[in-house]
Design a protein around this ligand. Structure first.
Ligand code: TXE
Length: 501
């Protein structure tokens, strides 16, 4: 780290001054050091709730990516040579250190994403710690895989893949980054992280934690920046062996095309257009609250959100009215207020995209049952706000019924039969998740298995056992992470067959 060089370029990671006035400057983390970017282009990090700038993130280039990949490559052999138990100890150390910064994670994540502080605590902060602890335990539980033949024994060995690129989006920043880092380094890989330029704050906090616990230099590296400047060069890098990407389907296609020529190991967790299917024999109270939560959690900015609600004809009006009442009772406002249930959308651009879909819905014949602009104190006038919106009357083939909107917008549809419900639910390019609400659990399981998705919940939603496979089909992605599926993705299985004397 050459302070003179840095100070000339105007950035100065040599000392982080917490009391420094003005926006917080973030730095890349390469080879165990916070370092300046090679260029001098920065991007403002804005609070979604107020539109105010509170940090700056470097717009790194391929030069910074080269340095990060080189540091990862240098660190990988020694790290990969450690035993699984030795690496599990490191994951626990990171979990312990993250846990000590639980409230920092929650408040930073809430400020950076616009999500309510209650959600940032209960979901983002909690799960980020759990991810490291869970994979530490899973690593220790791994059983050896031995297959005996009459005259030989087969030993399956799980070797590191090498250098991994971990690219994450803005909706659940640390939750998703930790979900990738923990198993990736746990299986002996070294990594280069590229968080979303819109929400870099808790990725920076994770690097501080990793630095504080003294993880060997180069095992985890981070390069800030946007897709074109940093993400694309990282995916294309000749010395990157694996890419784990979570983000939009369109970007996922670019990532897949770039990774293909060098046969990089690839996992894509992309968009969704998930259906919540409500049968007339459901428990109405539980179902209304569960389907509202599924539709609007994190302002509808979760790939698993139930953005389409399919209701059996006989209870449609009753359900619709109770659903709209529950939606209209949601507290929309200051993300830092404990009572807030719905915060701001991630950016003005994204608000524009979601608002455009509401206009399209009206043109497609949709009837707006509730929505619009929430009335908020003046300090939020430059924030990205939308009241939770419910639309009925759209054809299941309409754009708003089939395309991912990724905001606080839910469309209501009615169905006459189980077969019709399944047909409507599957009538989209996406195939990530869904939920089925019925007191007939056999029907719940039967309908679930008919859905073209990677996961379905019956009479609940986002109830997560980290041991299960997570991922989608069709345009929702390729591959599975979660539990042993993560350990499998972040390793290369090798078989050694030993003939007996
Ligand atoms: O994601 P992007 P965005 C959906 C949602 C949203 C859309 C776009 O519909 O409106 O995706 O959101 C990096 N090579 N989801 O723009 O562009 C980028 O810098 C390599 C669903 O945030 O996919 C960021 O770090 N990397 C999703 C990450 O990819 C590239 C959650 C995701 O950015 C790149 C979020 C490139 N060419 C959005 N271009 C989910 N499945 O949960 C960008 N990036």
């Amino acid at each position: 780290m050459d302070p003179e060089k840095c100070c000339e370029s105007g950035c100065n990671p040599c000392e982080r001054d917490p009391d420094k006035e003005g926006p917080i400057d973030l730095y890349n983390y390469i080879g165990g050091e916070f370092v300046c970017q090679s260029g001098d282009e920065w991007m403002n990090v804005l609070e979604p709730a107020t539109g105010l700038r509170f940090a700056r993130v470097p717009l790194s280039t391929s030069e910074d990516v080269d340095a990060a990949v080189a540091a990862a490559r240098k660190a990988q052999p020694a790290w990969g040579a450690l035993s699984v138990d030795e690496r599990a100890v490191w994951l626990d150390r990171i979990a312990d250190a993250l846990e000590e910064r639980y409230e920092d994670i929650a408040s930073l994540e809430s400020r950076d994403t616009g999500k309510p502080i209650s959600l940032a605590r209960a979901v983002d902060a909690k799960r980020s710690v759990t991810n490291f602890r869970f994979f530490a335990g899973l690593l220790r539980e791994q059983e050896s895989e031995i297959f005996e033949m009459e005259d030989s024994t087969n030993f399956v060995v799980h070797k590191p893949v090498g250098v991994g690129a971990l690219i994450t989006p803005w909706n659940l920043p640390l939750y998703l980054l930790s979900w990738k880092v923990a198993p990736a380094i746990g299986m002996g890989n070294s990594v280069v992280c590229k968080p979303s330029e819109l929400t870099p704050m808790t990725a920076d906090l994770l690097m501080q934690v990793i630095d504080d616990v003294g993880l060997p230099a180069g095992v985890v590296n981070l390069v800030h920046g946007n897709g074109g400047g940093a993400g694309a060069p990282l995916v294309a890098h000749h010395d990157v062996d694996l890419v784990s990407f979570t983000g939009g389907t369109d970007t996922g296609q670019k990532v897949a095309a770039s990774a293909a020529p060098s046969f990089k190991k690839l996992s894509l967790e992309l968009g969704g257009k998930n259906a919540s299917i409500v049968f007339s024999d459901c428990d109405m109270e539980t179902t209304v609250s569960g389907v509202v939560r599924a539709g609007f959690l994190n302002q509808g900015q979760v790939c698993l959100c139930g953005s389409r609600v399919l209701v059996e004809d006989s209870i449609y009006e009753q359900f619709r009215d109770r659903f709209v009442d529950a939606v209209e009772s949601m507290v929309v406002g200051d993300p830092s207020d404990e009572a807030t249930e719905l915060g701001a959308l991630i950016s003005s651009e994204h608000l524009g995209k979601v608002s455009e879909y509401v206009e399209v819905a009206k043109k497609e014949g949709g009837n707006l049952l509730t929505g619009g602009q929430p009335s908020l104190p003046s300090k939020f006038e430059h924030g990205n706000w939308m009241a939770p919106t419910v639309i009925e009357g759209l054809s299941p083939d309409s754009r708003c019924s089939t395309e991912e909107i990724f905001g606080p917008v839910v469309t209501l549809h009615r169905f006459g039969s189980e077969e019709e419900a399944v047909a409507i639910a599957n009538n989209t390019r996406y195939g990530l998740a869904g939920s089925v609400w019925t007191s007939d659990l056999e029907r719940g399981k039967r309908v679930s298995e008919s859905l073209e998705t990677g996961m379905v919940w019956v009479n609940t939603w986002l109830h997560r056992d980290l041991r299960v496979p997570f991922g989608g089909v069709k345009d929702s992605g390729v591959g599975r992470e979660g539990g042993k599926w993560s350990l499998g993705f972040f390793s290369e299985a090798m078989n050694v067959c030993v003939k007996h004397d």
